[in-house]
Design a protein. Structure first.
Length: 173
């Protein structure tokens, strides 16, 4: 039995998606990054307004995962125009976010979200899917590699005063 349902998010879903974004980022980076830096990063990059914009952007698709019992948000993906320090073209889209809350890990939701993101990218006419992942997140990296992604580059970015290293992955569709 599936414990979730997936659907395309709208502007009305922006508060729910932003909640999952903040909670997921906190769960991933607590103990790695400074707490105040996490809060500031989430406020800047995962606000309700940002998700409302992406939900309305014709070049973006936000998919929300909801728990089957009661509809609480438990995960999401964001496909959007690439913003990565590698060469990109018209056939590229970026899976900027794919997150599940800890309570939804290990139940197949990540695979379902990835399958939906790939289908959505193909529907958009895209031929390559790109994503960035924290280099130290071996669990996520293993998941992406099992999905057929390979390393296409690197980037660095600041979260507060901490310089973080990402790997950029690509997969042909």
């Amino acid at each position: 039995m599936t414990d979730w349902r997936l659907r395309r998010a709208s502007q009305r879903d922006a508060p729910a998606v932003a909640l999952v974004a903040g909670a997921s980022f906190l769960a991933t980076f607590a103990g790695i990054l400074d707490g105040a830096d996490i809060v500031a990063h989430v406020a800047k990059n995962s606000s309700v307004d940002r998700f409302a914009h992406w939900a309305d952007d014709p070049a973006s698709i936000v998919t929300i995962a909801e728990h089957a019992e009661g509809g609480a948000p438990i995960g999401y993906t964001l496909l959007t125009t690439p913003d990565l320090p590698i060469e990109t073209g018209e056939g590229d889209t970026e899976l900027r976010r794919i997150y599940t809350l800890p309570l939804a890990q290990g139940i197949g939701l990540g695979q379902a979200l990835m399958t939906q993101a790939i289908a959505d990218a193909r529907t958009m006419g895209k031929t390559r899917l790109l994503l960035g992942v924290y280099a130290g997140n071996t669990r996520a990296r293993g998941f992406y590699e099992r999905q057929g992604f390979t390393i296409a580059g690197k980037r660095q970015y600041l979260v507060g005063s901490t310089l973080c290293d990402d790997l950029i992955y690509a997969r042909n569709l």
